[in-house]
Design a protein around this ligand. Structure first.
Ligand code: PLP
Length: 374
């Protein structure tokens, strides 16, 4: 029998989108996929070499639950914290799950600005808590007064995610620090998901790592195009890490040893900065193409300052699921806004982690699609 805590977690949206794309492919339709949540780059060849070498040198066993010292030290140095405040995890997702199980009390409230990464809603359900959504439309900026109203003694966790998936917004330092203060007053933990912190265009995102009551979640899936390697990390006070370790020791246990060592080498050899800089440049070029192109097509859209997503409002009177299903038949896959929380029925997420040529083809197909609706 399925346990209550998973009963109303739905996988129907993912299945439906999968079926719609499969049906379009069966009909022989060529599809440009703008629904992907990972960089379209392969892991850098130098990191692959570091990993092969690490395997030969015996990095094939468990590591300490906290991660190998070399990697923890490299992370600590970069974020200006102590090594003891860093825990390496099996991807950002494991870190989010550890934080959720460690800090979301059953029956408590979990504050989630909407739109946002779907997983936060799932963590709230798994922990049998109530998700309190705070809408941020149409600019997708946090409203401090609104947060002040909803964050109270019933709040266990506030999820923040900047640069944002799905909007690309990078929230400013003053606002983020105000949220942390509000959470501190309510004795709530801020889980700051900073997984896109290396992908920014105009201003450098703020890292909340090191602040009291903050659990910063990060990883190398996006920054080094290593989604399949499963290495993430958490930065928090020793006390908060101790609570998360209780979960991590039975959850991820440790990230793959050779992958940890390869990333430590990437830091030591200057490969980290080289890879992130190159990806940033490529994504910036695409952002500078796709944002004006969508505006020109008639979409209302906030200019992304980070990550690799646009979250445009559909310019015709159509629900996002219908829009997405019809657009696939015209050769472009995007993600319906409802996958990112309440109030997003008229939006879609467009990932520009695709080649410039693919983006240009997609824009022309969307133009024709919109013309066919007029
Ligand atoms: N957080 C956000 C906002 C994401 O978009 C993703 C992946 O899409 C993750 C966390 C999870 O990343 P990881 O591959 O490190 O588990």
């Amino acid at each position: 029998m399925e346990a209550n805590r998973v009963r109303d977690i739905s996988t129907s949206m993912i299945r439906r989108m999968f079926e719609v794309v499969a049906e379009a492919k069966r009909r022989g339709i060529d599809i440009v996929s703008l629904s992907i949540g990972e960089p379209d780059f392969d892991t850098d060849e130098r990191i692959i070499e570091f990993a092969c070498e690490a395997k030969r040198r015996g990095y094939t066993h468990y590591t300490s639950n906290m991660g190998i010292d070399e990697l923890r030290e490299a992370i600590a140095e970069r974020y200006g914290v102590e090594r003891d405040e860093v825990m390496v995890t099996a991807g950002g997702s494991e870190a989010l799950m550890n934080a959720s199980l460690a800090f979301i009390e059953r029956g408590s409230e979990v504050v989630i600005p909407s739109p946002n990464f779907l997983s936060y809603f799932v963590y709230a359900k798994l922990c049998e808590a109530k998700a309190v959504q705070v809408k941020t439309h149409p600019e997708f900026r946090l409203d401090i007064d609104r947060l002040n109203e909803v964050v109270d003694r019933n709040t266990s966790v506030v999820f923040l995610n900047y640069p944002s998936n799905p909007t690309g917004v990078v929230e400013d330092e003053r606002t983020l620090k105000a949220v942390v203060e509000i959470a501190q007053d309510a004795k709530a933990i801020v889980v700051s998901d900073e997984i896109y912190d290396q992908i920014y265009y105009d201003k450098k995102p703020v890292n909340l790592a090191g602040m009291e009551n903050v659990v910063a979640v990060n990883g190398f899936s996006k920054s080094l195009a290593m989604t399949g390697w499963r290495v993430g990390f958490t930065i928090a006070s020793k006390e908060l890490l101790d609570s998360m370790l209780k979960v991590h020791q039975v959850n991820g246990v440790c990230a793959p040893a050779f992958a940890q060592k390869a990333i430590a080498d990437a830091f030591a050899e200057g490969v980290f900065d080289d890879v992130t800089e190159r990806m940033r440049r490529a994504f910036r070029g695409r952002r500078d193409y796709i944002y004006p192109a969508f505006r020109e097509l008639g979409f209302e859209v906030v200019k992304p300052e980070g990550a690799f997503y646009l979250f445009p409002k559909i310019p015709v009177d159509m629900d996002c699921v219908e829009f997405t299903e019809k657009l696939v038949m015209d050769g472009v896959a995007v993600t319906p806004g409802v996958a990112f929380g309440g109030g997003n029925e008229r939006y879609v997420r467009v990932s520009y982690a695709a080649s410039m040529d693919s983006l240009k083809v997609a824009v022309e197909r969307i133009r024709k699609f919109l013309e066919s609706l007029a």
